[in-house]
Every structure is written in C-alpha cells, then in structure tokens.
Write a protein that binds this ligand. Sequence first.
Ligand code: CMC
Length: 432
Amino acid sequence: MSKEAKLELDGKAHTLPVIVGSEGEKALDISSLRADTGCITLDESYGNTGSCTSRITFIDGEKGILRYRGIPIEELAEKSTFIEAAYLIIYGDLPTRDQLRQFSELFTEYQFLHEDMKYHFESFPSGAHPMAILSAMINAASCFDDELMHWRWGKANSQFNIYAAKLMSQVRTIAAYSYRKSRGLPLIYPKRAYKYTANFLHMMFSSPYEDFELRPEVVKALDLIFLLHADHEQNCSTSTVRMVASSQANLFASASAGVCALWGPLHGGANQAVIEMLEEIHREGDDGSKFITAAKDKGSGRKLMGFGHRVYKNYDPRAKIIKRACDDVLSKLHVTDPLLDIAKHLEEAALKDSYFVERKLYPNVDFYSGIIMRSLGIPVEMFPVIFAIGRMPGWIANYKEIMDDPKSRISRPRQIYIGRALNHYVPLEERK
Ligand code: CMC
C-alpha cells in the first residue's frame, strides 16, 4: 500500500504521509498541512479525525470488536475482574500475582477521604445530582494533597502509581458518599477486608448497625459493569481528559473534567435516560411502538436512548455481554422487571425497522445496563456515576499516555471563522 497520499490544491501538488495502525487502520498525517498549504481541515464533531495515536484500546466499529491492550472484551468479561482489567489498561500488561496484590493494597491504603471533605459534602443541597458532586469532589480531593497539587509530569513518575490508585479508590468512596448524602443517610466508611466492588456496595448500602449482604451474584454483576465501561478509546469524556491533561493540569483535575463530559445524556448519562424512557413507555401503556415512531421523527426531540453509536455500526459487543448478564442476574435474584420486556420488545422492533437498519443503529452498552443496576438496587441518578467509576482506568491510562510522550503538546484545535468581517464600535447614543 502507498505510504503517501497526494493532495492537489490551487494547482500545486502536496504529499501527505499515510499512517497505518497495528490493525491496519489508515490515517492521512496532516500535521504539516497548514505550514505547507495555508489550509486546515474542517471536521465538526471529529467524525473523521484521529486526535492521537494510542496503544490502549482497539475498536472495529464495523465488526463490533473491542479489545483492551489487544485482549477481546469477551475474554476479559468472562475471566477477569475490574481491578485486573484496570491494571491492564493503565500499565499495558496483565499483572503478575505480586503486581495485582500491590495494586490492590494501594487502593486500600488510599480509600479514606480526608475527614475535612465531609464539610464539602454537607454544603451540597439535598437532591444535587451525584455527577455534579462527583466532579466537584474529585477536584476538591486534590486540594487535600499538597504534593499532587505541585506534581508535574516528567517529575517523580513513581508518584503516578499512587495518584492513579488514589483516584480510582477515592472516586468510589466519593460516589457512595454522594448517594448517602442525597438520601440524608449517615456516611459508611470503607472496610479493609472488602475488595473494590464489594466495598463500594458496602459504602452504598450498609447501615451503621448492619452490614449489607454481599451476594456474590450482585458483586459480580456490578464488577462486570465496571469492567465493560473501563475504556472505550477517544470518546467524548476521554478526549476531554486528554485535552485537559495536555495543558499539564493534574490527574484529578483532568478526571473531574471527564466526569462533566460524561454526564450528558448522549454519553454516560444515556443509561439514566434509557430507564427514564422505558418508565415513560410503561407509564403510558405503550409497548414501545409509539416511542419508536417518535424517535424516527427528528422534530419530536426524541431519540431511542441506548441505541446508536458514533463508532459501532454493528452490535456494540458490550451490549451483547450486558444483555446476557441482565437475564442471568434477574433470574438469580428472582426479579421480574416489566422494563426488561419493554426493552426487549423495543430492541426487536428497532432491529427490524428500516430507519434503524439503514442507519446501522444497534443497542449500545447503555441499553441494558440500567436494568441490571435497577435490579441491584442502585438508584437511577447514580447510573452515570457507575459509568464514571468504571471509566476511571481508561482516563488514567490516557492521561499516562500523554504524560509519557515526550513529544506531547497542548491540544489546541483551530476553527474557520464565519462571523462578521471587520466591524467597528458604535457609541451607545448612535445605536439604533
Ligand atoms: N434514535 C434515533 N435516531 C438516531 C439515534 C437514536 N438513538 N442515534 C442516531 N440516530 C440517527 C441520527 O439522527 C442520524 O439520522 P440522519 O442520518 O437522518 O440525520 C443517523 O441516525 C446517524 O446518526 P450518527 O451520525 O451515527 O449519530 P452520532 O454519531 O452523531 O451520535 C450517538 C451517536 C450515540 C450520540 C447517537 O446515536 C445517540 O444520540 N444515541 C442515543 C444516546 C445514547 O444511547 N448514547 C450512548 C452512547 S454509548 C455509551 C457511550 O460510549 O457514551
């Protein structure tokens, strides 16, 4: 294959190198385009733009493939755990037994928040969305660590291991506290004996008098949800994290920005939006048909939430795994949920409908994840928070990738200005 592309502009020929990824993906390297031609490229919402090269996650959207560090998501979902997958994503290889133990010990060591952070929790109004609390408190947590505030990449990289574990561990504590705060419940401290996901459930649902019963199927289902969300290459929130990190902001500030980007209903907020959509369909006694009709009408302002993806033009592989897990968990917990029937009917109808077929719109990870989380007793406003906890390793790995790259520069896109040409100030009394 040719290693260059030719571009003719104003009668002059230019060559652009072709970059080929390890799975054969191709990109035109336009990094010298503006210097050579005076032109930039325009690609609103970045459908055709690679913002970086990365070694972390591979997606083939046409074939429905997702791999973390080369390992298929199906294998990890079956054989691994969230924490092991987090290590893989952040450091590039599966951990040895010792590495996994050390990694887990760091989580235990840093799982407590500074006690003064309780006052910050208290200042949020009850009913504050937990994503707002999460983002604010991740940033606040960095203020309690003087070294982190003054840490710059390239300097004392061994500190990175501590900050990465601290962020992942504390995010779970903050998330559980934000839920307890929103319900006016006393805060529950993490326990040394519990592993990552069990500890989160404990902090969410135990009471000061009685520990929450940690049913293995519940712990496993939530761990799987975390694992399936752990990374997804250059999505909106990860690109935000990389953008913020490129200015050399600290890891916590970058992750806090990621939470804000994730919050929207087109991204990590979709799992909440799916349940709200299914509840509305249920309330109205619709079997989903009316909603599908509305979702096809651009003027209705409706969309089939949990369907479609910028990259997947095939079944999202995470959705397949989650759908199976959903059936499994609900049957083990003896839960029947009318929303599951509506979701299945919606999926079946949409997959036969020419609107969805022609646009290659398939269920994504969020379509069934909310139903599992409901069955575990997780309230709907916490769904995007669960996504954020899961996505933390991906954000950390992307942060590290930037940090480790000596050629990394601040991200700074350009624009094509389409506003008024030169215009002049008119004094107030002369304005019409
Ligand atoms: N319902 C109805 N129509 C849709 C939907 C949907 N869920 N998704 C896309 N379309 C239409 C879209 O209007 C466009 O129609 P047309 O060609 O007539 O203008 C066409 O399908 C192609 O859309 P697209 O360019 O592929 O969409 P996009 O890449 O701009 O947006 C998306 C991707 C995920 C934001 C979008 O599909 C969507 O809003 N889905 C619902 C929200 C959702 O489930 N988000 C979670 C995504 S997965 C979790 C994550 O990683 O964040």
